[in-house]
Design a protein around this ligand. Sequence first.
Ligand code: TYM
Length: 331
Amino acid sequence: METVLSGIRPTGNLHLGNYFGALRNFVKMQDENNCFFFIADYHSLTTHPTPEDLHANVKQVLSEYLACGLDPEKSTLYIQSDLPETAELYLLLNMNAYIGELERCTSFKEKIRKQPENINAGLLTYPTLMAADILIHKSHKVPVGKDQEQHLEMSRTFARRFNRLYKTDYFPEPQAYNFGNDLVKIPGLDGSGKMGKSEGEGNAIFLADAPDVIRKKVMRAVTDAGPTEPGQIKSETVENLFSLMSVMSAPDTFTYFEEQYNNCKIRYGDMKKQLAEDIIVFVEPIRQKIEEISADNAYLHKVAKMGSEKARASGGKTLKEVREIIGFRKF
Ligand code: TYM
């Protein structure tokens, strides 16, 4: 049985990008694999949240994972900081992670550009912490969106390097994975390319968004003046809208609007109306469950406790073996 691990940072509500990048089809997945789903709260400290925000966000993401259908009996659903063994493995991996390769990481370079006032060491070593998350359970498959591809490549490098250094085949090389499909990048609604929590108002559709909010956001999505000749290549913003539709709507709906575009009859307003309704059909049952679950503190407490116990059994075993391999041995 293969081990699958997926993680999400608790820096805001989950959006459609998170769902289709990291969660789609996991309901089936959890029957066939040893699955770990965790909330990356150590990672979220790079942005310096207040204790209250951090706690509220962890609770929200935990509720959202459960509302999506994740079964805490079948899978291990845990909070990263409840598995402190992760932090020790991170320290050990950092000894063989080189400054040059960490500095070359695209996400790090982007942070330098976007937030020059807060380039902390946690950001530089973000890929090592991610590798620790993955390797602590000796994971084989890691469901992620396209934006995490390079981090997965680095996790493989760290796993290989450890194996080589200690002449072992202890760690499997983890593969980025999207449930049998290519890795996806769900576009945002503001024309910026990627749906993300930190991309600004109106860019992301959250699983906790009410129908009216979804309608408003989709109707405001950026488009263009429309095609003027048959078969005209789509502008990036319109292409984004179509790719969102290809994920959210039925294939014949997509084909219909594609044809309308190709013969210059498209009315973006109609397309957006349809897209909004299709998104609502998908999101609304999840939103209602999120509300229900997040009001049930006793249940959340029980799930987190069970997750922490299962995660520590798995992670504790790995760390014990890693310490042995490295040479931390009893006298
Ligand atoms: P995070 O919290 O930014 O995103 C969580 C997951 O959602 C995916 N994702 C997307 N997929 C497609 N289209 C989008 N627009 C989109 N936006 C987000 C991400 O690819 C990711 O799979 N570093 C990770 C969290 C993490 C992790 C790990 C993941 C920490 N340790 C170990 C896997 C394994 C992150 O910041 O994801």
